[in-house]
Ligand binder design. Structure first.
Ligand code: PMP
Length: 452
């Protein structure tokens, strides 16, 4: 077994880049998720469903910048839209028609939303959505699910992946600071409940009904779909107590023309988005009804300075290049594209299940639509605690071994609209070979998964 040795041999240029990068960038990169031992690969180019690293290794992409590039790399419609915008300038300094058109396109897809604002990231979309909910309700607390990631900012950097010995009872988890740098006071205002547990959610909302501004939830948490009735129940209890429901659809918006809310038929007050809607450029957005967005309206005054209820600025909000690229993507994404991604996603999940069956290893294959994942556990994965039973070390070695075999599959595995049946079959074949390579690691690190 020489997965790491093979990786080191194949990637001398990435290793050199990493060693050099560590002198100027902590851990050699700008996103924690992009560091992995022994060193990450440094990428040079992407086209369609293919990536090339600085050593010239070609790989099939099943990450697409963590679910961003739903049309793959360098889609001709996106490149044309961006070039056309570049010809007219990069960032101009007043609102543009591109932002108006993307706003209209997204609002057509979101049932019940009437107004939208753009941000440069999903993080900022969620931050602004929570502020909006606080302003609208006059309350301060929010509730989020254990295990949910809503961006890198204080109020939600709580219980993203809490150590189980600090996490408290399953049905009433403690709020745990995920990182240093977040003031302890934040813990008072961010409450936590388990995903997919309607009863626990209802108990929490009822208990804090007078102080709770919003419940923020990913309708599909990472790759775990909601149990039937869970979102409906959240909708009912929040509505009953005048608490706003925020759906973080930064990833799940890719699941249907109207996002996960379109797929499951549950409408929140506020929707946040990101990733796919910027066509590969930095983006976020939050949308809601006219009424809820009222605190954002700037009071009409003839030249006179009147205070607004909510601040909202950002030099790069609604960047014209992002807006042009995002609009090009959304125009390509008609219902047949979603059907095709759903079919290819099913092919991937079925292929993964059959390999596990063939090799006699128990693991959970999850995901929905264009999302898929393997969690190395025997449990049925429904929330953070069941996800946390997975042997993550196996996923790490699998992804290194797959990189050795020409497959880039990490963090948030997904297929795009240009992923083909052949791409999936190639990945499945590679995984079959990887499972042989991984066998000693599974035997050593997670023998309970071996069926025979
Ligand atoms: N919400 C969810 C569900 C996400 O997955 C992410 C990013 N992975 C974010 C918010 C933050 O978005 P960004 O990285 O654009 O700030």
């Amino acid at each position: 077994m020489d997965i790491v040795g093979g990786y080191v041999r194949r990637n001398p240029g990435s290793r050199a880049a990493y060693e050099r990068a560590c002198r100027s960038l902590p851990s050699g990169c700008s996103r924690n998720v992009l560091y992995w031992p022994p060193f990450p690969i440094y990428l040079a180019a992407g086209r369609g469903s293919r990536l090339w690293d600085v050593d010239g290794n070609e790989r099939i992409d099943f990450n697409f910048n963590n679910t961003t590039l739903i049309l793959g790399h360098n889609h001709p419609a996106v490149v044309a839209a961006v070039e056309e915008q570049l010809d007219r300038g990069t960032v101009l300094g007043a609102p543009t028609e591109a932002e108006l058109e993307l706003a209209e396109e997204l609002l057509r897809r979101l049932n019940g939303s009437e107004k939208i604002r753009f941000t440069p990231s999903g993080t900022e979309a969620n931050l602004q959505a929570v502020r909006l909910a606080r302003s609208y309700t006059g309350r301060e607390k929010i509730a989020k699910c254990e295990g949910a990631y809503h961006g890198s900012w204080d109020a939600v950097d709580i219980s993203v992946a809490p150590p189980l010995d600090q996490a408290g009872p399953r049905k009433a988890p403690h709020s745990v600071r995920q990182h240093e740098g977040v003031p302890k006071g934040v813990l008072e205002n961010t409450l936590v409940f388990p995903f997919n547990d309607a009863e626990a959610a209802e108990a929490l909302v009822r208990r804090h009904r007078d102080d709770l501004a919003a419940v923020i939830v990913e309708p599909v948490q990472r790759d775990t779909p909601p149990k039937p009735g869970f979102l409906e129940s959240l909708r009912e209890v929040t509505e009953r107590y005048g608490v706003l429901l925020i759906f973080d659809e930064v990833i799940s918006f890719r699941l249907s023309p109207g996002g996960a809310q379109g797929l499951y038929g549950v409408t929140p007050e506020i929707t946040t988005m990101g990733k796919i809607i910027g066509g590969g450029f930095p983006v976020g957005a939050y949308a809601s009804t006219d009424e809820v967005m009222t605190p954002l309206t700037i009071p009409q005054a003839r030249g006179e300075h009147k205070p607004t209820r909510l601040g909202f600025s950002g030099t790069f909000n609604a960047h014209p290049v992002t807006m042009a690229a995002g609009l090009a993507v959304m125009k390509e994404l008609r219902p047949p594209a979603y059907d095709r991604m759903g079919r290819i996603g099913r092919r991937m999940r079925a292929g993964l299940r059959s390999i596990l069956e063939e090799t006699g290893v128990a693991a959970h294959v999850g995901g929905v639509g264009s999302l898929f994942h393997v969690i190395w556990t025997r449990e049925e994965v429904v929330d953070y605690r069941t996800t946390a039973t997975g042997a993550r070390v196996i996923g790490h070695y699998l992804s290194l071994d797959l990189m050795n075999r020409g497959i880039y599959l990490r963090a948030h595995p997904n297929i795009s609209a240009i992923t083909t049946d052949e791409d999936v079959d190639t990945a499945i074949d590679a995984m079959r070979q990887s499972m042989e390579e991984l066998s000693p690691i599974i035997r050593e690190q997670a023998p309970h998964l071996i069926e025979r």
